[in-house]
Design a protein around this ligand. Sequence first.
Ligand SMILES: [Zn+2]
Length: 288
Amino acid sequence: MPAPAPRYPVWDNHFHLDPAGPWEQAAKDFLHAGGTHVMLVHKPYHEGAGINRSVADHERQFAITLEMAERARTLGLRVAVAVSPHPAEFTSLLSAGVPVEEAEAVHRGALEAAARLVREGKAVAMAEVGRPHWRPVADDIMARANALMEYSFALARDAGCPVQIHAETATPESFADLAAHLKAAGLPAERAVKHYSTPIVDVRVNHGLWPSVLIGKGSAEEALAGGTRFLMETDYMCDVRYPGAVLGPKTVPRRTADLVSKGLMTEEQAWVVHAENPKRVYGVDVAL
Ligand SMILES: [Zn+2]
């Protein structure tokens, strides 16, 4: 039996597709669950390619994301694209023994290449930008990572696009710190999305950044208690090596339908979260 026609769009704000992963099934699963739109976020496709050592390496990988978007569109998925070198790629180069100045130059060049794709209309945002958080990093390296992050904000400001930030767990303190870096770079806070966010919806606490709430158990309810100024995401990885490490592709449409059917979210609120908010952040028209 076909799924009933949805009465509101469903936007997953952070979704990866990988040509080496079950991308076709993931796209179909999302659509069949009632999903309509995804923000397809670039990730390093290391299969066979190894680590990105040059700007040209990064550009080849960005092309894979653009190609994945086209292939997913042929299935009926509506796809907006975000590109950027991942903040982990800077520290990966250092771990591989690349001198720090060279690693910085490659990362800066890759950020510039990503901003170019935005200017050319091939992407609507830069993501994932940010800084390392997965293991302790020396102060000097963190300072350089913060400088690269500010550079990405400045490029986004000049390209007129928003960013999705990959950083440590979103807390009132980390939101305040990210807001300070945004201010230093001249990118308004409302042009910045905190990816993988906790449900901190109060703008006095998140400083005007958009929380893209990881939609695990209970987080949507918590976000809705603070209003509708948030986005929903799974951070679906499309990588069979990490089953269950992240939420599956059906999660945002299913969770939304569940909230609406239980009366915890009205259809009007679903429209705000899934259509009006993406339009406000990315300028993308989201229609059924
Ligand atoms: Zn991601």
